[in-house]
Ligand binder design. Structure first.
Ligand SMILES: [Ca+2]
Length: 218
């Protein structure tokens, strides 16, 4: 019974830690942009290849929300942006993509600086989309939340459950005054990985719980 008494507080601590992790996770229903900045995220935030199934396709959207107070002076909006979108080509293959620069705000007078698929690891399969675009002239700045690109992938390996498939790299969001807009990138974080971390945390706490010094803390 002493064993059970030891594990109880350990379990409570582990649950508290898990709660904090869950609370820190953003919901997928639109992301608030930090004041004076922007945020980039994927929808869905995590794709499980095993759930999609081998040979099946899925879509992932790249979203951005630019704060209405971005830049100095306040509120100029975004005038140009660039990013890399990387994926794990050992698990998925890109089949198509579309980009949606905010031409409804900027107008059609834009310059696409780069729009390239690259094979970064020399295995003959694309694993990066490099994209950059700038408005021309003096159109209004972009400052809202919207989908800026959509990618379709085919699952080529469905054996891995917890691995992250995507990495977004911010190559610069610039406001109409030429100032850089700070961008927060929300990483994809698989739910299964959280459960895994929870189990590891609990086990580690249980082992450490046998140490007298930690038992005092609990
Ligand atoms: Ca490659």
């Amino acid at each position: 019974m002493a064993h059970t008494r030891k594990l109880l507080p350990v379990g409570i601590v582990a649950l508290l830690l898990l709660s904090m992790v869950m609370l820190a996770m953003p919901t997928s229903a639109g992301k608030p942009a930090p004041p004076g900045g922007g945020v980039l995220w994927l929808e869905p935030e995590f794709v499980n290849c095993s759930e999609v199934g081998l040979g099946n396709t899925f879509k992932v959207e790249l979203w951005a929300n630019i704060s209405t107070t971005a830049g100095v002076p306040a509120d100029p909006g975004c005038f140009a942006y660039g990013y890399w979108f990387d994926w794990d080509d050992t698990l998925i293959n890109l089949t198509s993509y579309s980009v949606y620069p905010p031409t409804d705000i900027w107008g059609s007078n834009i310059f696409v600086v780069v729009d390239l698929l690259k094979d970064m690891d020399g295995n003959t399969k694309y694993d990066r989309h490099s994209y950059a675009v700038t408005a021309l002239g003096e159109p209004p700045g972009w400052k809202d939340g919207r989908m800026i690109a959509e990618y379709t992938f085919k699952v080529t390996n469905d054996s891995v459950v917890t691995q992250s498939l995507f990495v977004i790299t911010n190559n610069g969001f610039t406001d109409t005054n030429g100032y850089s807009i700070p961008i927060t990138i929300i990483p994809e974080f698989p739910v299964s990985l959280i459960i895994f971390l929870f189990v590891v945390t609990t086990l580690a706490a249980a082992v450490l719980g046998k140490k007298a010094w930690l038992r005092k803390l609990l």
